[in-house]
Write a protein that binds this ligand. Structure first.
Ligand SMILES: [Zn+2]
Length: 121
């Protein structure tokens, strides 16, 4: 598992990415790296105001927001901050949490409606 990513400025992203390197092309507003879980999948992140925000301090890359590779079998979810990988909770947990909140909200709305009905009587 990769814990750090070295920042590497390029004009074009190479076809073969090296593990542990975060490639950035400012010309084409795109960054690429290999999934840090070790699965070897290429992760390409477009950079821009509506996409990922890349910043650099002391030669270390920070990307915002987090990267969620839910389309990959590994479902990696992590942040890149100052060249370090910060693992986040998995997407499935997040989905479960979201689903639970939706259910809760539905239940609450149901009871609120029920109460409103009862008050009218
Ligand atoms: Zn992976």
């Amino acid at each position: 598992m990769t814990k750090t990513l070295k920042l590497f400025h390029v004009e074009y992203l190479p076809k073969e990415l090296e593990p542990g390197i975060f490639y950035v092309s400012k010309e084409f507003k795109v960054a690429g790296h290999l999934c840090p879980c070790g699965c070897g999948n290429k992760i390409i992140t477009p950079l821009g105001r509506m996409e990922w925000k890349f910043s650099e301090n002391n030669g270390e890359a920070t990307l915002y927001p987090s990267i969620g590779n839910w389309q990959l079998p590994c479902r990696s979810h992590y942040w890149i901050r100052k060249g370090k990988i910060k693992w986040s909770y998995s997407w499935s947990d997040e989905r479960i949490e979201k689903g639970r909140k939706v259910e809760e909200e539905k239940r609450k709305q149901y009871y609120d409606r029920l109460q409103a009905k009862n008050k009218k009587k």
